[in-house]
Write a protein that binds this ligand. Structure first.
Ligand SMILES: C[S@@+](CC[C@H](N)C(=O)[O-])C[C@H]1O[C@@H](n2cnc3c(N)ncnc32)[C@H](O)[C@@H]1O
Length: 215
């Protein structure tokens, strides 16, 4: 199930910037030729990630789930000149291809790719994250959230993708393994007093999370 009306999606896509020609061509090529193109963020979602990163101007960005590197290249646009984006990909083939893909990004020298299971790699990256994008296996979202939170800067932001999971989380009896895991994640964050959150109906649902900082 698509969360928002196809009419709205088409209209939004038409009026959303497409200024980065090289990245736009790259994204289109994946959509037309990659057998798992559905895993890639939509162009509009990529523009939103890029917009948020440019507002935030992070020094350290973490992405969990690289796939082809599209979202990483969008996020990297907001990095400070001496900033770093670390992205983690489990599948070797995707990791290798992403390294090639990053060559079209003016920020390629600021992008660090780690190949392996994010649960093992996150604890080895000792940075204070300003911006984190969680977009990998849905059954591990709670683990990723708990691993990241102690390393999140006080004014840092976590963006979690697919939190409406094709509308399956609206069902009274959720049956799908991934939808169940996402629903549990949404509940977990909603009941966590350490953070506050908001959900946007962009593509498959994005949750924005930040720490509650007591003054
Ligand atoms: C939805 S895709 C990421 C799309 C990308 N973030 C984008 O927006 O263009 C999810 C990726 O997470 C990877 N992945 C799945 N489980 C993982 C894990 N345990 N550690 C690291 N990456 C994982 C998958 O191989 C896949 O490439």
């Amino acid at each position: 199930m698509q969360i928002t009306s196809p009419l709205a999606e088409d209209y939004i896509a038409e009026y959303c910037s497409q200024n980065d020609e090289a990245l736009f061509r790259f994204h289109k090529n994946i959509l037309e030729n990659h057998p798992q193109q559905h895993l890639q963020s939509s162009w509009v979602q990529g523009e939103l990630l890029s917009f948020m990163a440019q507002m935030k101007r992070p020094k350290y960005i973490l992405e969990i789930g690289t796939f082809t590197g599209f979202a990483a290249m969008c996020l990297a646009k907001g990095l400070q000149p001496n900033g770093e984006l670390h992205t983690i990909e489990l599948r070797e083939e995707d990791a290798k291809q992403s390294l090639e893909n990053f060559k079209i990004s003016p920020h390629q020298n600021q992008i660090y790719l780690h190949c392996g299971n994010a649960k093992n790699i996150i604890p080895t990256l000792l940075y204070k994250w300003d911006l984190v994008f969680i977009d990998a296996d849905k059954t591990s979202y709670i683990d990723y959230y708990n691993l990241i939170l102690p390393q999140l800067a006080d004014d840092g932001i976590i963006i979690a993708d697919n939190v409406l999971f094709h509308g399956q989380v609206f069902e009274e009896n959720i049956t799908g393994k991934n939808a169940k895991a996402i629903h549990e994640f949404n509940n977990y964050v909603a009941n966590d007093e350490r953070t506050e959150q908001v959900i946007l109906t962009v593509r498959d649902g994005l949750m924005l999370i930040r720490k509650v900082v007591k003054s």
